[in-house]
Design a binder for this molecule. Structure first.
Ligand code: HEC
Ligand SMILES: [Cu+2]
Length: 401
């Protein structure tokens, strides 16, 4: 009798130790997988707003851990204390206990309040920041890319229109105004902020203070059609002077480096083969200036109807400095540019450019001419260097086509 009982206790102990060892092992395997260095990680905040969210996340995490541990201890205690013993004596069952019920109502209510109060304070704080920004970027979510307009308070950049690479200066309280004239999208740069939906017919605003120079990956986070998963973008935070130089070069139009690829060496013209692109693309400072932009077009929400608002494509000014092609899916190299121009629909399913440019539309010579021209669209003094972060060696995520 006596010996049996110690044997049982030892067995319970062995089981507990095994369980603990398993938990530690599982944690050890999981940690590197959820590593904070991933460019899409929400747990490596790079802006005060993302830090606020991270703080709430930690609060919830530690509270949840305390609840988990408390519950586990109670379970283990109950199992050991009230387990069936050899004498087969059953413990007294209980029904209703006012004290217990008050305790397990009050404790969760307190925990929820501890989460509720700072959460609401953060929501209101961020709502205030939206009204007190000093750098406004308008973002038009398209199917399946992002058109970026710089508002009047952006200094050098006021009036600039670009796509997918959102260049912003360091040290600004940026307010992103989000618009859509098609379907619902969601603007999400995990290291800089939480996600915010982009709603047709409604203006949503998101504050992000640009503290650290760097390249931050973003992704559309609301299903929006065929190429939703390929609707990526970046926020590139640069020192103010580099940003200003970029904006000035954008407004100046193509440099002399483009002259050898256009008719008569006149940089106010675009290459002959660009005739097919005029309906959808603009290049600042050239005669390619017709394509519609922003929200001025009639909204086309019926996916069956290919209206002008859908057709219009990214502004291609300074395309030579852009890091990617096709909203963050291919690194911007001459080889990839040639592939894109040969058959964009094969790279990005459903892309509206594919309605006009199919395999065979452009011959090799035209493709070469356009590749040379597009890659030559840079400032005369070259593109500024894109800041690279630890853990981000590539311009695009590895799982791309
Ligand atoms: C029917 C409209 C249309 C025509 C015509 C068109 N494109 Fe496009 N183009 C688009 C759209 C829309 C996109 C955005 C694709 C995406 O990322 O989803 C695009 C993307 C691009 C991109 C990548 C830009 C970026 O921000 O990643 C380049 C480069 C480009 N087009 C060049 C051309 C050239 C050169 C021509 C003419 C030979 C052309 N396009 C003709 C609509 C068009
Ligand atoms: Cu989308």
């Amino acid at each position: 009798m006596h010996r049996g009982s110690t044997g049982g206790r030892r067995r319970t102990l062995t089981r507990l130790v095994t369980l603990l060892a398993l938990i530690v092992l599982a944690g050890g395997f999981l940690l590197p997988v959820v590593g904070a260095q991933s460019p899409y990680s929400t747990i490596s905040p790079q802006s005060p707003q993302a830090e606020d969210i991270q703080w709430l996340y930690r609060l919830v995490f530690w509270l949840a851990l305390a609840v988990f541990v408390g519950v586990q201890i109670a379970i283990v205690y109950a199992v050991l204390r009230y387990r069936r013993r050899s004498n087969d004596e059953r413990p007294e069952p209980i029904h209703g206990n006012k004290n217990l019920e008050i305790i397990w109502t009050v404790i969760p209510a307190i925990i929820l309040l501890i989460i509720f109060i700072p959460t609401v304070r953060t929501i209101y704080a961020h709502a205030d920041q939206v009204e007190n920004g000093n750098f406004t970027v308008e973002v038009y979510a398209k199917q399946w890319w992002w058109e970026i307009h710089y508002a009047d308070d952006t200094g050098e950049a006021a009036g600039v229109v670009t796509a997918n690479d959102i260049v912003v200066p360091q040290g600004k309280d940026v307010v992103f105004k989000l618009y859509s004239n098609n379907v619902i999208h969601s603007f999400w740069v995990p290291q800089l902020s939480g996600k915010l939906d982009v709603m047709p017919g409604h203006e949503n605003k998101l504050p992000i203070t640009t503290e650290n120079v760097g390249m931050y990956f973003g992704q559309c986070a609301e299903y929006c059609g065929d190429s939703h998963a390929l609707m990526r973008f970046k926020v590139i935070v640069q020192p103010q002077e580099e940003f200003d130089a970029w904006a000035t070069a954008w407004k100046a139009g193509p440099s002399e480096a483009s002259a050898e690829f256009v008719a008569d060496g006149d940089i106010a013209k675009v290459p002959e083969a660009f005739g097919l692109c005029l309906a959808c693309h603009q290049v600042e400072g050239t005669n390619a200036a017709f394509a519609p932009e922003g929200l001025d077009e009639e909204a086309v929400t019926d996916t069956g109807d290919m209206g002008p608002a859908k057709f219009a494509g990214p502004n291609l000014s300074l395309m030579g400095c852009r890091t990617t092609i096709g909203a963050g899916i291919l690194p911007n190299t001459p080889e990839n540019m040639a592939k894109w121009l040969e058959d964009p629909g094969a790279i990005k399913p459903g892309v509206y450019m594919g309605e006009v440019i199919e395999k065979g539309t452009l011959n090799d010579e035209q493709i070469q001419q356009l590749v040379n021209y597009l890659e030559s669209l840079k400032p005369a003094e070259g593109c500024s260097e894109i800041p690279v972060q630890p853990g981000v060696e590539e311009q695009v995520m590895p799982s791309n086509p």
